[in-house]
Design a protein around this ligand. Structure first.
Ligand code: MN
Length: 350
């Protein structure tokens, strides 16, 4: 944690501090696992602010930080640094909180927005982070092979989602990365169709998109199966998505443009006649949060770097018919792509 704080300070001028108020960055920089806290970090300050519910926990987890009780007030907290500019997280702080905290600044201090500076180093995952995400993804793989034996016509999407969720928690997951998507039949045309009480029917596509949190880090994977026998159109769509996904993964390596990886998959889908049926980006980074920067998207100007963990998840969605998405998590190590997802991508008919 300390080198992360040091690295952040390298980006701050002598007269700048940051006030971190969102869980992901509080966890990243201090190891503290509750969101009811603030970190004040500058060249002369390492402070964690929380309340009496978390005092013991903060002392144990946020080593190297001085603890201040929030009851002491922000006037005292802001007086602990000589910094003139206090950077805040604009994605996190509410307008109300901003207004309230601002009245506690010293006369010569002011707030400035610093979300990107605070988030920047989280793009590159260290070996320990990659290991945790790989472990989380392994739990997802195990959940998928387990649930395959349970999927059949007559069960609801919700039942299948719950089985996946219970299994992942039993395997050591502390939480879900997001609400499990289990979208069957026509509902599979909704890229984010969370599980409902719809009965799974024979001939349905069933898209399962799920992930869990392991030691603070998220996993994410998607598989689409057919319940019963796949028809010709289902096979056609599935194979286009699979080819787009596989060829995009083959392009992932250090130095390649994120937009170029997106283009590989997008062009394959477009040239197969389904360009209008793939509306979302190809992928996103995953870490403490399920959606992190950068992304594989047409407008992303970044290049792939070692330490990036990215999803690759093209899809084809046809209103009134159904849809297919296939998603793996890829880690970039030693310049090369390493697939963290091991579940089969052959079309599974159940
Ligand atoms: Mn995803």
């Amino acid at each position: 944690m300390h080198n992360r704080v040091d690295k952040l300070c390298e980006k701050l001028h002598d007269n700048e501090a940051v006030l971190i108020s969102g869980y992901p960055n509080i966890f990243y920089y201090s190891g503290f696992t509750s969101e009811d806290a603030y970190l004040l970090i500058s060249h002369d300050t390492r402070i964690i602010v929380t309340d009496s519910r978390y005092t013991i926990q903060a002392k144990e987890q946020a080593k190297g930080f001085d603890l201040i009780d929030i009851k002491d007030g922000f006037e005292k907290i802001f007086s602990k640094t000589n910094a003139k500019y206090i950077g805040y997280e604009e994605n996190v702080m509410s307008v109300r909180e901003y207004k309230r905290l601002r009245t506690n600044l010293r006369a010569n201090q002011d707030f400035v927005e610093m979300q990107n500076i605070i988030n920047e180093q989280r793009k590159i995952k260290d070996a320990g982070e990659i290991k945790k995400i790989a472990e989380a993804e392994k739990i997802g793989d195990a959940a998928f092979s387990y649930v395959l034996k349970e999927i059949r016509a007559g069960k609801t999407e919700r039942e299948i989602a719950l089985l996946i969720e219970f299994f992942m928690k039993k395997q050591g997951a502390s939480a879900l990365s997001f609400d499990t998507i289990a979208a069957s039949g026509k509902r599979s045309a909704m890229p984010h169709g969370v599980a409902t009480n719809k009965l799974i029917e024979n001939g349905d596509f069933l898209t399962l998109d799920f992930g869990c949190v392991f030691e603070g880090y998220c996993s994410d994977m998607t598989r689409t199966v057919v319940v019963g026998k796949a028809d010709e159109r289902q096979k056609e769509i599935y194979n286009i998505v699979l080819r787009a996904q596989t060829e995009a993964i083959n392009e992932v390596r250090e130095g390649v443009k994120c937009s170029a990886v997106d283009a590989i998959a997008r062009d394959i889908i477009k040239n197969s006649g389904y360009g209008d049926n793939f509306g979302h980006g190809l992928g996103h980074s995953v870490g403490i949060e399920i959606h992190e920067a950068p992304s594989f998207a047409p407008k992303c100007s970044e290049t792939v770097k070692n330490g990036y963990i990215m999803s690759v998840e093209p899809g084809i969605y046809i209103d009134g018919f159904g849809g297919v998405r296939i998603e793996d998590l890829i880690a970039v190590e030693n310049g090369k792509a390493l697939n963290l997802t091991h579940s089969s991508k052959e079309l599974i008919e159940l």
